[in-house]
Design a protein around this ligand. Sequence first.
Ligand code: M1P
Length: 270
Amino acid sequence: MSTIQGATVYPALENRPLKDTICLFDVDNTLTPARRPVTPEMLQVLSQLRQKCAIGYVGGSDFSKQQEQLGSSSVDVTSLFDFCFAENGLTAYRLGKPLAGNSFIEWIGEEKYQKLVNFILRYIADLEIPKKRGTFIEFRNGMINVSPIGRNASNDERHDFQEYDKVHSIRQPFVDALKKEFPDYGLTFSIGGQISFDVFPTGWDKTYCLTHVAAEKKISGADYKTIHFFGDKTYPGGNDWEIYDDSRTIGHAVQDPEDCLKQVRELFQL
Ligand code: M1P
């Protein structure tokens, strides 16, 4: 059976020419500029690639941001990829249908969670930085996201914060303080974007989504022996590092979406 999306028909996963290959992409600064919409050119190349092999994205952000950046009011992002992995795969879709998720709050429990959150809010209250806006903690399904400036920062404000952070190092000492305060919580702190860092159970990084990828063998018979991953934060401490470095994947470090396009075109002769 084939998959039909709009006017485009894609072969069933097990019938693609490269049926044991899947390409997974980070979102911010890989498929799109940070927190900005995808270009039509990128969507076109992804659609061509999807004729050859399975494609998916794996982003740290929650699903609504990926819908905003990769989809549109009339296009559901789950129609553009075979696999959509939001929050590292803690929220996941396969061929438009949701897969089993996992819950950060259930994992950590309310008591420990409140200790963590109280420490974070106190730390931010004591921070002196040029601007603070709102939503300093975003509570997500599989993680929390912590932002010293706040997630309500405008685009200009986020760029300014990123530059300020490069010079004055705000996020790294914050993460170090959390690691020191909660050494036995089993948490990973990951600086993946411009204004924030993600906090999730160790192991719930982007490699989490590989469990869903491996499960495909039992569902459709597609056995993904070749897993390409493209991302920009592929250095230790970056939120693409674990999946980039994983023995199950072939990692590709990209500079930005333009570089990602170039590498995909070369690799798959598109
Ligand atoms: O996808 C990378 C990161 O994107 C956002 O980061 P920021 O708002 O700091 O640019 C967040 O959604 C973050 O969770 C995510 O890892």
